[in-house]
Design a protein around this ligand. Structure first.
Ligand code: NDP
Ligand code: 2IT
Length: 448
């Protein structure tokens, strides 16, 4: 990684001081700032206009109480967040995460990453993120509904197709988007599909949105492999997580000729030497909402490793698709030692800075989340486009658009890395390419 110049170091110190305790946010900011030294040299007006300082400060942060009643008639209170980070390129756009670990630092790291990711898609979307420390695990359908209704009863006033358009993330899928859309419609008395993405197909959703993040990440890795005159054909792959992103990553890997032998959840790892049975995983996770451990009840030959570490399983392609900081320095070293040649991040910031450094030094094909997982939000933008035109596109047409977007992101990151003297460094390419577009728009909009 390039040495940070003094000016940027000072900006980073100020971010630490202004945002105490928000370690994930600090990590995300540092990774971007470390890449911007040469950009400031080429574009001195960005420094004059204090673009970096401004981009590190969200335009608006909303924190609110979410009271709801559980099935036992007991009152529960959670905390809701929406961080509207940047509207330089379009309305705030980004998912909602429901997970007990959520606090402001997590939402701000995700919102910050989202600015550059959304810029890379080439589509007119700004960056934002939200969520709650609500834990959907073990809750009944009715409890999830009551929570979502209460959450939207506050959030609705901040949304709008030209203002802020949330979608899903960890713990938020089609079911939750449905309950939130219903409540939005009820409060406002307006049928406005453009206010949320990831909707059901019969009420304004887009084909391919469900598959988009996983498919997109796999398309991105496919491009990195192609750039090295290689392909997925016959590659042994591992994919962490077993949620939305993991499932459709596995599906696309299999379609492209790879063999995915392991996935996981926060309790343990499934290893199936014969290749994962995706129909079973979909049934367990999407239909029955069970734990991945139950895979071995049907497939006795497979192994379940309770509290296991998926990165210890040898693979050629690893696609972390669960959560932040799930690959540390030691895991990265193990992956490289075991012959891993490509890592594509379906999750947001799944690799620690030590891990990233190791991947870059080993010169494996490493696709950072803000580039590799941009297919989800890109397809959300395609959903917005269809909603605005009261249209709905076919699966094939939409998937082709997604693939073209991912190829474009890959090529832009690749070429930017070359231009800045760091060939093959997609971290540098993604951060610089994503940043410049936002910075130029901010300069054009004046001091706001
Ligand atoms: P889901 O809720 O569908 O699935 C999350 C998966 O990750 C589950 O298997 C879950 O296991 C595991 N997981 C979550 N938190 C942890 C944790 N703290 N430790 C270990 N495992 C964990 O979420 P998604 O698949 O939508 O999201 C996965 C990742 O992809 C996230 O980083 C998200 O930000 C990112 N992403 C998602 C996009 C989308 O469109 N959905 C778009 C771009 C990025 P368990 O069930 O045990 O909790
Ligand atoms: O991290 C992400 O890009 C998402 N969770 C998807 C956001 C979106 O608006 O589709």
């Amino acid at each position: 990684m390039i040495q940070m110049d003094e000016k940027i170091q000072g900006i980073y110190q100020e971010v630490l001081k202004r945002n105490p305790g928000e370690t994930e946010f600090h990590q995300a900011v540092l990774e971007v700032l470390e890449c911007l030294g040469p950009v400031i040299v080429k574009h001195p007006n960005f420094a004059d206009r204090k673009i970096i300082q401004r981009i590190c400060e969200p335009e608006r942060q909303i924190i609110f109480r979410v009271p709801w009643m559980d099935d036992n008639g007991e009152v529960q209170i959670n905390r809701g967040f929406r961080v509207e980070f940047s509207s330089a390129l379009g309305p705030y756009k980004g998912g909602l995460r429901f997970h007990p670990s959520v606090y402001l630092g997590i939402i701000k790291f995700l919102g910050f990453e989202q600015i550059f990711k959304n810029s890379l898609t080439g589509l007119p979307i700004g960056g934002g993120k939200g969520g709650s420390d609500f834990d959907p695990k073990g809750k009944s359908d009715d409890e999830v509904m009551r929570f979502c209704q209460s959450f939207m009863t506050e959030l609705y006033r901040h949304l709008g197709e030209h203002t802020d358009v949330p979608a899903g993330d960890i713990g938020v899928g089609g079911r939750e988007i449905g309950y939130m859309f219903g409540q939005y419609k009820r409060i406002t008395n307006r049928y406005e599909p453009g206010v949320l993405t990831g909707k059901g197909l019969t009420w304004g959703g887009s084909l391919v949105r469900t598959e988009a993040t996983g498919y997109g990440a796999t398309f991105f890795v496919n491009e990195m492999l192609k750039a090295r005159k290689d392909s997925f054909e016959g590659k042994i792959c591992t994919v962490s997580g077993s949620g939305n992103v993991a499932i459709y990553t596995i599906e696309k890997i299999h379609q492209l000729g790879g063999k995915c032998v392991a996935c996981s959840d926060s309790n343990g790892v499934i290893y199936d030497e014969k290749g994962l049975d995706l129909d079973l995983i979909k049934q367990l996770k999407e239909v029955e909402r069970r734990r991945i451990e139950d895979y071995i009840k049907t497939h006795k030959h497979a192994k379940y490793i309770a509290k296991g570490n998926i990165w210890e399983i040898p693979c050629q392609v690893a696609m972390p698709s669960a959560t932040q900081n799930e690959i540390n320095g030691k895991d990265a070293a193990t992956l490289v030692k075991n012959g891993c040649i490509a890592v594509g991040e379906g999750a947001n910031m799944p690799t620690t800075p030590e891990g990233v450094k190791l991947f870059l030094e080993a010169k494996i094909a490493y696709g950072p989340g803000k580039a590799a997982n941009a297919g989800g939000v890109a397809t959300s933008a395609l959903e917005m486009q269809q909603n605005a035109g009261r249209d709905s596109w076919t699966f094939e047409y939409t998937e082709k658009k997604l693939e073209d977007i991912m190829i474009n992101i890959h090529n832009n990151c690749f070429e930017t890395a070359d231009e800045y003297g760091a060939p093959g460094n997609y971290v540098l390419g993604a951060n610089i390419c994503g940043f410049i577009k936002v910075a130029n728009a901010m300069v054009a909009h004046g001091l706001i």
